[in-house]
Unconditional design. Structure first.
Length: 103
């Protein structure tokens, strides 16, 4: 929400800015997400990142990539688990067919 004319935007102290930057850098969160949570404009957050010597676009891309990799790794674990369970069922079925065919 834009600030109405004639009203000065709030000033944030150094600790607040550092905390916001940590949310983006250390927790891998998107600028938009942190912006909404803290009530700070995305422009301000990107400016703070630049002031800290970081490239906002690169950081956001890396965060998106990291998040996607984590999602894919979780999906891969789940699929491996399903394959293992299915292999166990197939093994049991093969054994039962073997038992039945020897009678």
């Amino acid at each position: 929400m834009p600030i109405p004319k004639g009203i000065m935007p709030p000033r944030y102290d150094k600790e607040f800015k550092e905390g916001a930057i940590k949310l983006i850098i250390e927790q891998g969160r998107q600028v938009r997400e942190v912006s909404d949570e803290l009530g700070v404009s995305t422009t301000s957050l990107r400016s703070w990142l630049k002031s800290a010597g970081m490239q906002p676009n690169t950081i956001e891309r890396n965060n998106r990539d990291s998040k996607r990799i984590k999602e894919l790794e979780a999906q891969n674990r789940e699929l491996r688990k399903q394959v293992t369970e299915k292999d166990e069922v197939i093994t049991v079925l093969k054994k039962s067919v073997g038992i039945l065919s020897t009678r």
